[in-house]
Ligand binder design. Sequence first.
Ligand code: FAD
Length: 483
Amino acid sequence: ERGLVWFRTDLRMHDNSALYHASTRCKWLAAVFIACPKTWKSHHEGDTLVNFRLACLRELQAQLQNRNIPLYYLEIPKFSQVPKVLRQISQRLKIDALFANAEYPLNEQCRDKAVQDALNEEGTKVEYYSDRTLLPPGAVRTGSDEPYKVFTPFKRALIQVCAGIEVKILPAPRKMLQSDGGPHWPKWLKLEGGRKLTQKIPSQLTHYSMDTAETGVVKGWRTGESAAQKRLKAFSERVSEYQTERDFPALDSTSRLSPYLNSGAISIRQCIHMALSLNDGCWQGGNEGIACWISELIWREFYTHLMVDFPRLSKGKPFKEETEQIPWSYDKDQFDRWSIGETGVPIVDAAMRQLNETAWMHNRLRMIVASFLSKNMLIDWRWGECYFMQQLIDADFASNNGGWQWTASTGTDAAPYFRVFNPYSQSKRFDPNGNFIRKYVPELASLNDKDIHDPPPVQGYPQVICDVAAGRKRAIEVFAKLK
Ligand code: FAD
């Protein structure tokens, strides 16, 4: 058989279901990656994320080359053109079967269904594998066969299913034979409409500003599978401290694996496998740090399953439909000040500046800034969601949408809507010495540990943009009216 592996957000050699199964089934194998910048832009995927993805792809291409698997690259504007193009590619390369790992946001699912139809029509098999999550969406159900809408029972049920299954890591593909009467894979192909399928991954992409400064690093993040594995290994030495240290943004105490998980440079199984092997196979109990980290990984799982069960989440709708009635503010000036970190609330500003400078933000801070925007400022959470998608190197539709809706009380949070994070007390609790604030808001660096959380007027630093307490009260009132 001649197989084609279609890479998307699964950019790794090891433990890649589609790649592994293709390599065991097919005598000859090629791979393809199709960039769709116009669609990516419409999904608000930003420069940093796309730079990171293409850098991971470059490393993958080199590794595949060592196994005699050529990786082709093509840029077309939109998802809607993918079925036709893949059909042409599969005809020209005489492909018998296409292999890919399933992607779950709605547009991705529609694209994949259309690809399947187009290829099946001309006799090419298409196989999608469940690979992005531990269990396929739909596999965790309540007693009455309903999806779970709250995290804790979901987690319990997932662990129950998983505890009976060994988490296995698949090996990298074997080295393919080059000769043996097999195909001579062309260096490039001319497709209809003047498009060119090449083995060159470009350093420029339509609609995106590309980061060519340093190879193998994007905004300070090392790229690719090898960097992901190193990070996992380094984190395995710190994971026992995770529960006690993970909420303090000044400490480097979380794994920072999210960019790799989301581009697929590492798999969820590899993460869970590491955690279980250090915790005598226990999902819960045992070492508290490890159990807590496993729980966080299950949040990712929860939001991905939820997105599949509730397609309205992919259409900009709130999980709790009644929250559509909230009179959200659309004050662009206020929003801009939040986004550049000029709100006058130090912890919020430090967090937003961390996001803008490093393309990543600590989880505790994501909750604080999301709560500040959607509750104290009452600005539509969808603006914040979109800004995060554009800026984050780990932007993931399901986790981002889930996190925003959870914080804005339009989503799955089991806590009542009147829980509004107080940015000042959060700041004192989780950045007690103000070290994190000092790092990102140098204007306040000389303030003492007490003043830094809620500063007196400081030259060059803005006054608070809204009445924080009144904003909280107003949010509670508008939510109460929904009842
Ligand atoms: P660790 O603490 O080491 O956790 C390990 C992994 O578990 C993470 O890499 C991630 O894959 C997963 N995880 C941890 N916490 C969560 C969570 N609350 N929800 C879902 N998965 C989780 N995460 C993203 O990956 N992409 C996003 O776009 C994203 N947007 C968010 C927006 C908001 C408003 C909030 C509150 C959270 C968001 N998160 C998002 C979740 C979380 O903040 C990040 O996953 C985490 O900060 C990544 O850092 P880490 O890899 O060091 O995490």
